[in-house]
Design a protein around this ligand. Sequence first.
Ligand SMILES: [Zn+2]
Length: 307
Amino acid sequence: MKNTALLYDDVFLTHEMPEFHPESRDRLIAVQNVLKKSHVWEKLIHLDPQQATLDDICRIHDADYVEKINTYGHGYLDPDTYLSENTPKAALYAAGAIITAIKSVKAGEIERAFCAVRPPGHHAEADRAMGFCIYNNVAIGARFAQSLGYGKVFIADFDVHHGNGTQHSFYNDDTVFYFSTHQYPHYPGTGSAMEKGNGKGMGYTFNVPLVYGSGDKEMHDAYHHKLHTLVEQFSPDIILVSSGYDIHRKDPLAGLSVTDDGIRDIVRGILSSKRDIPAVFTLEGGYSLEALSTSVLITIEELLGFE
Ligand SMILES: [Zn+2]
């Protein structure tokens, strides 16, 4: 069994949404309820997330943007992304969770982690909120990992939506590899196979656009063949994962048809490297409460390395 941490804090529930918004606090309540009743709960190392610092956030985001988040009050930042009174604090802890996990990996306390956080992050750009995301948690985590000496970071993103913000953060960079599977064409519109990086980052972005209705078979090819080969070639020091469960066939917001077994197969593909590379997963989307909570449990079973 692998030493695996779960990072969660009730502060994530204080990021409040207008009624009927899909990215609700009920998502994390459902996840916690399922995990607490399951066989994984006692096996996990439970870590309290720390708050990200301004320096941590500003490795990815503009200081002006952070100031806007801190002073906005409440209301919509874009057609989808709502900011409530406590959102700035919750967002700092969402980014801080991946930082805490990476620190703990570096200290040798854990080998793997799952950060059950909200708001999610992968659509957030340097200077703007987008698609329910305030700060780009996984991108902030990648830069933080590098500050601790993890030179090469591989980001895998299996959310149904393309992680435009993450891709843009590292598009010119050959030290952070960005790999994404996503429904395409779909929100946010980026993520064609032609987008491969720029300058010295050319070849360090790899997009796998999937047509409506794609499912377990396409994901198996992406994660057991394409990603596996890329990870072996790039030889990262740490793998960070944007875990979006809106790929599930029960998800109301998108059109892929991944099953519970398909989720397990994706996670196995990500963890199938020949070397034992530390892996930190952070939650992105997933809007069917049932599919989300079951999928997180499956992911954690695989992180723990249950047979
Ligand atoms: Zn998504």
